[in-house]
Design a protein around this ligand. Sequence first.
Ligand code: TRP
Ligand code: ZN
Length: 875
Amino acid sequence: MTKPIEHFLSDYQPLPFAITTVDLTFELDPEATIVTSVMRFESAQAGQSISLDGQDLTLVSLSLDGVALSAADYALSETGLRFTAPKPVFELTVVTEIAPQANTELEGLYRSGGNYCTQCEAEGFRRITYFPDRPDLLAVYTTRIVAPKEGNRFLLANGDLVEQGEVNATHHFAVWHDPFPKPSYLFALVAGYLERIRDTFVTRSGRTITLDLFVEPQNKDQCDHAMASLKKAMAWDERRFGLEYDLDTYMIVAVDDFNMGAMENKGLNIFNSKFVLARPDTATDTDFEGIESVIAHEYFHNWTGNRVTCRDWFQLTLKEGLTVFRDQLFTADMLSPATKRIEDVKRLRSHQFVEDAGPMAHPIQPQSYIEMNNFYTLTVYEKGAEVVRLYHTLLGEEGFQKGMRLYFERFDGQAVTVQDFRQAMADANDVDLSAMHQWYVQAGTPRVQVETRYHPETQQLTLFWTQSNPKSDSQPPLPIPVGLKLWYPDGQPAPMQPLAECREALLETEKGPVFLLDRHQQTLVFEGLTQKPVVSMLRDFSAPVILSTEQSDEALSRLARFDDDPFVRWESIQTLALKTLMAAVDAVQADDTPVILQPAYEQGVAEVLAQVSLDKGLKALALTLPDLDYVCEQYDPVPVDAIWQAYQKVEQRLAERFESDWRALFDQLDESVPYAYDAQAIARRKLKQVCLHYLSCLPDGPDVASQLFDQAGNMTDTLAALQALNHYPQRAQPMQAFYERWRHEPLVLDKWFALQARSRHGDAIDNVRALLAHPDFHYQTPNRVRSVLGVFARQNFFGFHASDGRGYRLLGEQIQKLDRINPQIAARLTAPLTQWRRLAPPRNTAMQGVLTDLLAQERLSSDVYEIVSKSLAPV
Ligand code: TRP
Ligand code: ZN
């Protein structure tokens, strides 16, 4: 294969011309859609060479100011088209033919469930027509859609509907105009046999916005939650950010075949149906929460992404990090702020930290890429959001909002950079934020080490801080805000009086004192402490770092008991759990040593269980062991077998030691009340699920789970029951019943596939092969592929890491197959294999072998090529 091109941030050049308007006409046909694009070029230079991107297009004709160009006037290639500008202002008309039905990559114009839809981010518009497909070209789009009336009840595009009518007896048309200049990645078109659910929202300035949700007719009764979420998001963005919606209509379309979660196309969002459809009997609490936050996320993009967009794709975190931060604030305000924060930290640590330590590690502003789709990552999104949160921590809510207002004042209608954002934050608050730049250009998770000394003679506490980053040696230090609080052992707050020379580094923020660690090494001394205090650190997870402390079990126990920061309380008990797990790994490796719960951990769990007033959501989190990924992260190389056994044994000990508590709590929570979506109800179900999980380790566990399955009044409980049965032969009958009941609901059927892909009952690889051969398995539908192969590789630890390498080979073979159908999905499935260097023999070589086989493929997409080649590259 020809080696794909690598793109560099340092190569950025502004476009030497503008395209002010784009008038598109689509004559829709599954096999041969004709797209006519009329572009008005301005400020070009006569004689200048102009290149347009294009991919998998058939060029029908090309004309300039109405005069047809002949083949000698332009150069056509695999990646685009080149011609010479005759003068500064002219009109270019391009006619192309495309085949939406054959488009299995789900980029550009494609078909899903018999409907037409588009996906243009990041570089999908070039699969529709020849165009400078880059985010810094903003144009005003008018879209005319012509299609058979049959099967195309609605014809939709961005902006406002300006005209519609009949073409002839069989065909009709619609014309849409979007007055806001936008980049091509925000273009969208939908046509199909859909049902419309309509509502309205009155903005705070009194404008009435029409809200339209389009779904396949059978899903009409699963839209209430999405609509309610949209209205909440609109009201919240006005309240907290002062941002109002700008068009008269906001449309959301749900489709079953979609590569990611959802897409913020101007005025016409397109969603994976997983993030729209929900009813209590079909969707779990996790699904409901996902819908609320993704609907909000895409809505928030209207300002952070669409009105102010990215100059180039290296700036992706400008819109994504900021919008994730905004949706995190939103969810915190809607549900429980403490639970939300802890869940986000868990995800960051278990997945983003792994990515940031592996061969695909990149800064939140990547410096180069081969395939942009590979850079829609946890790093750009989640770590990016943590970096935006740093501004919020340093500037406070008011200062941050001042910065946001200046950002929109300066950059509305423009395509800008992360530096522009930082400058607005800095200027609005009259502070210097230039040191923050390091957070954008440094890959790897920073490590912060702290040593604590208490001197009774002087009543001083000295904290020695060190920061380092094993992925990026010898770089300038990062500014790292560390939330701090001192406690006396009895739970009373201790005074925080820094010595004069340290005073500058201790900031007083809305969230309490924050120590700003902005050197490689730094010392902080507090005085006037009559007893040795317990130090509460990195409060509210104030920075995305790995903090190493040498806190004693006693200190951790105290923090778990009385700290007033929910994150630190949870973190303290997690650390105790981790110590128990790591000691268990040692015990398993030593062979004859029994696995025990360490006394401090056992005591901590008992105390959590005994606290009647503790929030149930926090209780559920505190009683859950750190996940396997997080345990693995503590090792290099990862002792897979020992971790697996140790984990099972610790879980078993917990189940047995607190058996009566799990039973009592489960019974107390297991009351049948109608489903409600609110923080308290969610927390109850979550805690019940944790109890059931431990009960499932005990001999009568399957009976308890079967009973819950029979009585469950909502999908959250049903799924908890099936999960608790999942590794036992008793799962057969309920799984069959579940299949019969839900086989025609694709999203529910995904859960059925996922349960089996996760199961340890029987041979995991045989199970997965059977699922792949099931008549309801479809390689073209990413949700289905993820629910089998994604779940197997990420959530079936035991099966995937089979020591003979069968799990890895199965995944490799499937990646190869999928690469021909949908490279973006194939590339995402490759991620688990990138971790091979952290495994011990024979697993590392088995994984490496699978990667080597992939690289030897003749037809490998640039998506998979990038990940595989970077994973195999010598370090
Ligand atoms: N911009 C989208 C979001 O975060 C995500 C996105 C990027 C996407 N590329 C995509 C969605 C491709 C679907 C397909 O909200
Ligand atoms: Zn986004």
